[in-house]
Design a protein around this ligand. Structure first.
Ligand SMILES: Nc1nc2c(ncn2[C@@H]2O[C@H](COP(=O)(O)OP(=O)(O)OP(=O)(O)O)[C@@H](O)[C@H]2O)c(=O)[nH]1
Ligand SMILES: [Mg+2]
Ligand SMILES: [Zn+2]
Length: 319
């Protein structure tokens, strides 16, 4: 009753498939359906509209029913490939400002291979990425030492690192500062504490953590709805279901090093213009690894990605 006629703009924060929750600029939530044919900008997807989409909502149809009539072009998006439908994808979220990879040194251990694949993927689509080492309250001294080494290395090459504990609150203020006014995405293995950390940031959200979430996700691996939560200090957080592996985008072998910021400036110094930095003589990247300027671990992960050795069954992709 009495709703203003006309069109307003908002952000999609939840999607159930046929209904979409849109948060209007004044903060009110509107349940919408889709109307007409929505332009999807050439992307084949099982869902034409995703969380994070900026949309136009038409209130004019009356009786409280509202419709999404247009989607603004996306700055970026993450998709999950539908395993059985080769070219069709499910878009998890769009318009992300920072893609955080939530890692833990233990319980569960996140490999640097996983972190590096995530960072490469974000790099390929020009989404700023950052690393969070969570659960620091349970680290033994050797875990802490390893974490400090990794945090030093990732910071050195330009990825902000934040050390947190969802349990004690350590690092949470720093994380809030990094997230203020932005749309952040949290991704990482199941159990690293994505939801617990979001609860620490925004206690009112009360997200399910631990085993309940695990069971829920295992039983529903085909419906991977991410949900976006407005943050009281400004911005949004997208919580995603736990992922086993991050798939790499398709890339030419000669291109992969471009997604390693510390290698990017070296590649022009290689003897061969099409050097893959693997076996070729006169390779500037190999020389930098030998000098200790490029981390041997990052280089090993680069080689694994190059050879496809780590390409496990991953349906995930960042774009
Ligand atoms: N000690 C400690 N426990 C934590 C921390 N963060 C999370 N946990 C615990 O780790 C378990 C998993 O946390 P969740 O937040 O559910 O993990 P998640 O990453 O959201 O997992 P999925 O939703 O399955 O992807 C829960 O029992 C949490 O209480 C932390 O910083 N320290
Ligand atoms: Mg969770
Ligand atoms: Zn080279």
């Amino acid at each position: 009753m009495g709703k203003e006629q006309g069109k307003v703009r908002g952000t999609v924060i939840r999607s159930t498939g046929s209904w979409y929750t849109v948060r209007l600029e004044d903060g009110t939530l509107v349940e919408c359906r889709l109307r007409g044919r929505i332009r999807t900008h050439g992307l084949k997807a099982t869902n034409p509209v995703t969380v994070g989409d900026c949309v136009t909502v038409d209130h004019a149809s009356g009786e409280g029913s509202a419709a999404i009539t247009a989607i603004s072009e996306r700055r970026n998006y993450i998709i999950r490939r539908s395993v059985n439908l080769s070219r069709v994808s499910h878009i998890i979220a769009a318009n992300i400002d920072t893609a955080f990879v939530i890692a833990s040194i233990t319980s569960p251990r996140t490999s640097t291979g996983f972190i590096d694949r995530y960072l490469v993927t974000a790099q390929a689509y020009e989404i700023p990425a950052a690393v969070i080492f969570n659960k620091c309250d349970i680290y033994e001294p050797e875990h802490t030492a390893l974490m400090q080494e990794l945090a030093h290395e990732y910071s050195r090459i330009g990825y902000p690192c934040i050390i947190t504990s969802a349990l004690t609150g350590q690092g949470v203020e720093e994380l809030i500062t990094a997230m203020q006014g932005k749309t952040s995405l949290f991704a990482g293995h199941s159990g690293v504490g994505k939801s617990a950390l979001i609860n620490a940031i925004e206690p009112g959200l009360n997200l399910k953590t631990g085993s309940i979430s695990d069971i829920h996700l295992k039983g529903k691996h085909t419906t991977t709805f991410a949900q976006m939560h407005p943050l009281s200090f400004g911005g949004y957080i997208v919580d995603t279901p736990g992922i086993k592996e991050f798939g790499l985008i398709d890339f030419e072998k000669g291109e992969l090093a471009m997604y390693f910021p510390e290698m990017l400036n070296l590649v022009t110094e290689c003897q061969f213009y099409n050097c893959t930095h693997d076996h070729e003589p006169g390779c500037a990247v190999v020389a930098a690894v030998k000098r200790g300027e490029v981390s041997a671990e990052r280089y090993r992960n680069y080689l694994n990605m190059l050879s496809g050795r780590d390409m496990q069954s991953s349906p995930w992709e960042l774009k």
